[in-house]
Ligand binder design. Sequence first.
Ligand SMILES: *Cc1c(COP(=O)(O)O)cnc(C)c1O
Length: 369
Amino acid sequence: MTQTAPLAFTQHLTVNPKSAAERDAVLANPGFGDHFTDHTAVVDYKVGADGQGGWGNARVEPYGPIAMDPAAAVLHYGQEIFEGLKAYRHADGSVWSFRPEANAARFNTSARRLALPELPEETFIESLRQLVAADQDWVPSGDGEALYLRPFMIATEAFLGVRPAREVSYRVIASPAGNYFGGELQPVSIWLSTAYARAGEGGTGEAKCGGNYAASLAAQMEAEAQGCKQVLFLDPFNDNAIEELGGMNIFFVFKDGRLVTPALNGHILHGITRSSVMQLAADRGLKVQERKITIDEWREGVASGEITEAFACGTAAVITPIGELKTAEGTIASPGSGAGEVTMAIREQLLGIQTGVVEDLHGWLTRLV
Ligand SMILES: *Cc1c(COP(=O)(O)O)cnc(C)c1O
């Protein structure tokens, strides 16, 4: 894509932001996804009478409800995509994001799949800069904390026929975030879904769209009923090959130091954490394999001691050790006790780069403020 100047954002800041006391109370215990900052960044898209579409009216405005026609296409047909990335506070007070250009590119891949307009990558990154500049006091500085940024695009045209909407809105909201699973880092237990699939050949599994998450909730309820925190999805048409969790990719560590992750097959989300973990593992001299790995290989690998660690990864939860896997046919034990050594070493390194305490040898950081 050719470099173009980002759209210029106008700033319409709220005259009535949350009080410093309210903000400090949130920052003292951010949780995940429960509290939002004072502003939102917005860019509108419209197809004109000449049939040409264009983005305009880029702005930062007070956070608040969206007025939308009840016939807006997103409310009926789910024409929606999103992204998730974080802004990290460094020791000198500056604020950085991690590989935002990869999120911008993936956003456009998702847009193409959901027949939404592509947003110029420079404008995507500028929208993050503008929002974080307005709400920089909301970026937490505690251990493992960051400001979670949620860009999304929705079809706002009021029209009940089925076709791509000609009016679309791009927005970014921000939410201070602590540990995704709450409390201390502990191995999470996983439920194996066999009744439901997350994605399939030719479907939307590779796109980051709300519909995939809506489709995962019934399985997530099953998981919770089993006392598990997350769901693992398989490809039942391919020997029960492991795909990924509802919102995280998965890795296995083998006794001989190999790291194995399911190969991208057209219906696994291209995780930016996944690709970063592969790079950091290779930097450490570990052999990384992207290949098919089945549920039988997991079961047998844990039983024989070949598989020593398993972990999930994604922006929200960073790297989280996986404990036991519960299935309708019994439980596959946790590969080790507690968090594994390789899992924790890569986690520390990744978090260190993101928070500016480990050197960023790959040029992954972009300064926002
Ligand atoms: C967002 C997401 C991931 C993780 O991607 P990151 O870029 O690492 O945050 C993994 N799986 C699914 C289904 C996702 O939506």
